[in-house]
Design a protein around this ligand. Structure first.
Ligand SMILES: [Zn+2]
Length: 327
């Protein structure tokens, strides 16, 4: 035995930027998936240390690791793209998705295969190649059509030097793309993944060519609207087709002169506008103005023979009054 188990550190298991496979085998025997380790990226620049021990009572592994990383910023991974993820003008779900993707953690067929959790399976979109992250988000012929239309929409050629999952396109030092472009790329990848999961688990085909415009709408919404804008919730809450059409109603004005402008719009699940309108109302309070806005909107839908399934209103008080009144 060429190591001392009591003083063994993770850094002892690393040899010139890659895992010391012989020592790993000595320590773990056949209990490790060596195929997975060979393909994984490691950072040997930082001092590695144990963060969690089996005896760490009352603490979860994730909370210990989180506390450790927040305690000393110098131990953070130095790649400049990480911080950039959180600056993108996109919703929390695609941010988290991107973070996972760049940590090589998206559960593609190839990922599961390398963990001995499933057979090697071809890409469900094209059925021509193994479903790796790089194939699914970049080189797949079906996905290339999406990137071509993203190129046209952004007015610049999109290609990912070093591959999509290298994250070079997100690195401030390497990337030629703006934050807006990067945000669109992130949402496109997230929507590709969602389309893939819908195909795999529900056997339903998503309109892939609508992905670029959906991504651009998403980024525009997060770039141009305030955090209180309720359209954002439509994306965040991941409504399904059965919840549409969606009615958004809001009003704005001043209590001093008692005049409020009211607006509404009705959309379907693909953010396609069905109907929109506005009017002005006289009211003594914001609550009354919002109630009148909702009433005007519903009146307009009724007059146009339109229906809604899910209503978004900005006023919590009004919501509770309607809810309590209905029950
Ligand atoms: Zn494919």
């Amino acid at each position: 035995m060429s190591y001392n188990l009591d003083s063994l550190r993770v850094s002892n298991l690393v040899l010139e930027n890659s895992w010391n496979l012989n020592l790993l085998y000595e320590v773990f025997g056949n209990n490790l998936n060596f195929d997975y380790l060979i393909n994984d990226k490691i950072s040997s620049n930082n001092e590695n240390c144990w963060v969690w021990y089996p005896k760490s009572r009352k603490h979860k592994l994730t909370s210990m690791v989180y506390a450790h990383f927040n305690k000393d910023a110098s131990t953070l991974n130095p790649w400049d793209g990480w911080a950039n993820i959180w600056r993108l003008k996109i919703g929390p779900r695609p941010k988290h998705f991107l973070w996972l993707l760049l940590h090589n953690g998206i559960k593609t067929y190839d990922y599961l295969y390398r963990l001995n959790l499933g057979p090697q399976t071809f890409c469900k979109f094209c059925n021509l190649d193994v479903e790796t992250s790089e194939h699914l988000f970049n080189t797949c012929t079906k996905v290339q059509l999406i990137w071509n239309s993203v190129s046209s929409a952004l007015g610049k050629q999109v290609n990912f030097q070093g591959g999509f999952s290298s994250g070079n396109w997100l690195s401030p030092a390497l990337s030629e793309y703006t934050k807006y472009d990067q945000s669109v790329f992130a949402v496109v990848a997230w929507l590709i993944w969602k389309a893939r999961c819908i195909l795999v688990f529900q056997n339903e085909i998503t309109d892939m060519l609508a992905i670029p415009i959906r991504a651009i709408n998403h980024v525009r919404e997060f770039s141009q609207t305030s955090s209180s804008h309720h359209g954002k919730q439509l994306i965040l809450n991941n409504f399904t087709f059965t919840d549409n059409p969606f009615l958004f109603v809001s009003s704005a004005g001043s209590i001093e002169n008692g005049v409020f402008g009211a607006g509404f719009y009705l959309t379907d699940t693909n953010s396609q506008l069905i109907c929109a309108g506005s009017c002005s109302n006289c009211a003594d309070s914001v609550l009354e103005a919002d109630a009148l806005a909702l009433s005007s909107a519903l009146g307009s839908l009724f007059a146009s023979d339109l229906q809604t399934c899910t209503i978004f209103i900005a006023n919590a008080e009004l919501y509770y009054i309607i809810k309590d009144g209905a029950s």
